[in-house]
Design a protein around this ligand. Sequence first.
Ligand SMILES: [Zn+2]
Length: 406
Amino acid sequence: MDTRAAVGRGNESPPSVRELNRSRVIEALRQLGVASRADVARHTGLSRTTISGLVAEMRDEGLVVDRPDPANGSPASGAGRPPTPIGLSPQAGAALGIDFGKRHLAVVVADLSHTLLAEDRREMEEGYDSALGMDTAAELVEEVLGRADVPPAQLLGVGLGLPGPIHGPSGQVGSSAILPGWVGLHVAREMEDRLDLPVHVDNDANLGALAELFWGAGRGASELVYLKVATGIGAGLVVRGRLFHGAGGTAGEIGHLTIDEHGPLCRCGNRGCLETFAAGDALVELLRSSLGHELTAEEIVEQAIEGDVACRRAIADAGRHLGHAVGAVCNLLNPSLVVVGGSIGQAGDLLLGEMREAVRRRAVLSAAQDVEIVAGVLGERAEVLGAVALVLGDAEVTPVPEAVST
Ligand SMILES: [Zn+2]
């Protein structure tokens, strides 16, 4: 991101090793949230002794505080006193996440130790107008900040997710978006005008990848593919621990991989894309013609889990098609982990079992052996949490502790 280049531009003299190490500890804590000193040492590559010294100094300043780990409630093994996890002080800043979906809008605010302070979600009418969506988001932001008692000055930035390809830093929405009325909009700029805060935009699958990497099933993974299977199908690609966007932001459009070139016409203009076989809308359409009445994608998943044979078959076939596409991705990227989220992803092993089988058949042996295919653990909140992670992980703003500011 271009904010990265600006960091340190104000400093005429080069930063000392100690200052650089401090920045690395801060960056590690922003990514890890609550962590042990050993985790911070591993993440930064610095020695335990260096970490202990820096953490002691930063605790004295009030920048780092002791935190119980909300994500890891497991008691420490053995009788010894567990090391106290640490995190950045809540006063050091907060991040906002906004997620625009096809029929919903979600907003969360979290502090730098990754503690969620408040969240809200609103159902929207399908095809809602972009101005209405952004105005409503701005209202929700105000409510959520009020509830969390976070003054806007404490916010480091806003992460924003949209179901479609995003081009460039202005967040211009690309053409195969699920929100057709939003195509061509510079969403980051529009929201910056409304919120008066820096806004970073990415597509929903990328944000799901980031959230599962920060908080979910992908913690600590270096090569990860997050597959969002919902109304549409998208993938977030993580390479060397970072999101991979490609040249213009279109990387990960796995939903438009060709499964059958003579297949049904897709919304992207091609034929037989993965989406036309395995996305929520395709399953709804498939079962409407065979059952004679319409089920939502969520109902199809529920009924499949309850044992309905038609719904089970539809989910299994979707899993097989997804596996073919994922097998190709395994050959290209050799990920260690594929995390499956989205409403259809909720079908769990009914979907994943077929996927694993198809990947085994499609991918080269070594790539298939290296990959584990698991369900996402963050459910419908993955994207909005990923929007927060976008700010925590990428925005280069050094937090200023209350105790030090004058
Ligand atoms: Zn397509």
